[in-house]
Design a protein around this ligand. Structure first.
Ligand code: 1PR
Length: 524
């Protein structure tokens, strides 16, 4: 049995799933005594440093945790579970950490997108049982805006490069903690956790090691999910968002099975979009929660879920906040949620009144689960204009002229799955959402969706140049070369595709094979 410290802030489901996959029975710690009696303790942290320490203090966990850490029994901290071991963090000035490792937690000061999201390598600095069976060139999944800075090298287990070198894991004796998420790092992550669990394994140094390490461009498989006319939950796919063919909803497979296949093929992330949630009561959509629960048991890469994350009233008049809807998804195994329609309405409110006020679900969800957990899914459509100042929107000059020979266009945001155009452009939307606390942009493009014509590079460049958070390019991928194009002609951090993977025209493995030696990727 292994004890897991859950202070109630977020998704510990994936850590439990990973430990159970490795044959462990997991006991959730609910009191200080549970901590003191644990044989082995895993501490996955999410949210912010300040709220984490506040909750640990409120629950009287600090003294038992400190005493456990001093006892020499096995401890594994993940992400904030690593940061908690330090004296304090720039994220919450004046809030004391556990003070086990002398040093501070600092915000990244880099010219790159922050949060640092995605798969990066490790440079091993000391032997550890964690590395049994690893070559050393594996990549692990990171998602964080702050990194630890120990005062001395004695604790440093691994370092990673992102603009500069930072400490990505620590170990002293039986205390081990990683900034990356082994539970979300595919087979390499599971191997590392398995090595932690077996304390009899020898301390080793892997044979290979990248120097510097490089963040991989992510390949994401997207599953648009909805109920078809027979009442079955299916993966579907639209042409410019129209998912019906001969009157029927296209059925391209079952969500859990397809997600499992993409994991095995090497997808770096999987996204589920519940595409009709805007008109349903999201939490009545229990099959979607079930899909997440089942998928997260077998898929050990990050899962994003979108669709219906908004305030709503159910048929009994009960008010559900977007935060409560998101909480259900996190509890069921999501690592990130994505907000589509509601983000447009929130930004409209900000543009009208100067603030989001009570509508700001982006900020509220980010406040509890961290910015990295909030993705904004934008569904824009091109609108051509004759001159750059024809509209009060972010207009770009385009190399693909419009039907009347127009050389300018703007990207109009839509809601309800493209059904309704609004008076907001995609660049403004992305910028305002970043200010409100979003951690990533999923940039679809209705004109390119399902066309196999390649990504809309002009759209991606316009949005990417306007924000400092990562951008996922989406819509239009038709072959492996399109991924190369989007990664070399824009600065997008990730590329997402649906149709070509579902129709088995190109596999994720083939995309990665094509990109190998051209673009930094996580090898399959
Ligand atoms: O508005 O918060 O309830 O969220 C609804 C979500 O569902 C949004 O993220 C929206 O993008 C999505 N959605 C709504 N209707 C559709 C539709 O297709 N009718 N799908 C839809 C969006 C676009 C992509 C697609 C890529 C890649 N799908 O996610 O997977 O375009 O496709 P491709 O590689 O085949 O070109 P809310």
């Amino acid at each position: 049995m292994i004890s897991l410290l859950d202070y109630g802030a977020g998704n510990v489901r994936s850590v439990i799933n990973a430990l159970e996959r490795l044959g462990e029975t997991v006991q959730i710690v609910s009191s200080g005594d549970d901590i003191l009696q644990a044989d082995r303790l895993v501490f996955p942290g999410v949210g912010g440093f300040g709220s984490m320490m506040h909750t640990l203090r409120e629950k009287n966990f600090v003294a038992p945790l400190t005493s456990y850490l001093q006892s020499g029994r096995p401890f594994f901290g993940i992400c904030l579970g690593l940061q908690a071991l330090f004296d304090g963090s720039e994220e919450a000035p004046g809030v004391a950490g556990l003070g086990i490792i002398p040093g501070q937690v600092k915000r990244f000061t880099v010219d790159l997108a922050v949060p640092h999201i995605g798969w990066n390598g490790i440079k091993v600095r000391q032997p550890s049982r964690l590395f049994n069976g690893l070559h050393g060139d594996e990549k692990f999944y990171f998602v964080h805006s702050y990194h630890v800075a120990p005062e001395t090298d004695e604790w440093v287990l691994t370092a990673t490069d992102y603009g500069y070198e930072f400490v990505s894991a620590v170990q002293k004796g039986n205390i081990i903690a990683t900034q990356f998420h082994p539970e979300k790092s595919g087979k390499a992550g599971l191997a590392l956790l398995e090595n932690f669990l077996d304390t009899t394994r020898e301390a080793v140094i892997p044979a290979a090691g990248p120097d510097p390490t490089r963040l991989a461009k992510r390949i994401i498989a997207c599953l648009d999910v909805r109920t078809n006319d027979r009442g079955d939950l299916v993966v579907t796919k639209g042409d410019q968002y129209d998912v019906r063919e001969h009157g029927e909803v296209r059925n391209l497979g079952k969500p859990v099975q397809l997600a499992g296949r993409y994991y095995e093929e090497g997808a770096d992330e999987i996204t589920f979009l519940n595409i009709t949630a805007f008109r349903d009561f999201p939490l009545k959509d229990l099959p979607m929660l079930k899909v997440l629960e089942l998928t997260s048991k077998n898929v050990f890469v990050p899962l994003t879920i979108g669709g219906g994350i908004r305030d709503y009233k159910d048929k009994n008049g009960r008010h559900w906040s977007a935060l409560e809807v998101a909480a259900e998804y996190f509890r069921s195994g999501a690592d990130k949620i994505s907000i589509g329609s509601d983000a447009v309405l929130i930004v409209e409110e900000v543009l009208k009144t100067g603030q989001a006020g009570g509508m700001n679900s982006i900020g509220r969800i980010a406040g509890v689960y961290g910015n990295q957990a909030v993705v904004i899914s934008i569904d824009p459509r091109r609108v051509y204009v004759e001159t750059p100042d024809a509209v009060n929107h972010h207009v770009i000059e385009t190399t693909s002229p419009g039907p009347g020979g127009e050389h300018y266009c703007w990207y109009q945001c839509t809601i309800k799955g493209g059904r309704e155009g609004r008076d907001v452009d995609a660049v403004t939307l992305a910028k305002v959402c970043e200010q409100l606390g979003a951690g990533e942009i999923l940039l679809n493009c209705i004109d390119r969706d399902g066309t196999n014509k390649g990504f809309d590079l002009e759209l991606i460049n316009a949005v990417k140049n306007a924000v400092s958070i990562p951008v996922i390019a989406s819509s239009g991928a038709g072959n492996a070369a399109h991924f190369h194009e989007v990664f070399t002609r824009t600065d997008a951090e990730a590329a997402l595709a649906a149709g070509i993977f579902h129709r088995q025209e190109v596999s994720i493995g083939e995309v990665k094979k094509y990109l190998q030696d051209k673009v930094e990727i996580r090898p399959v």
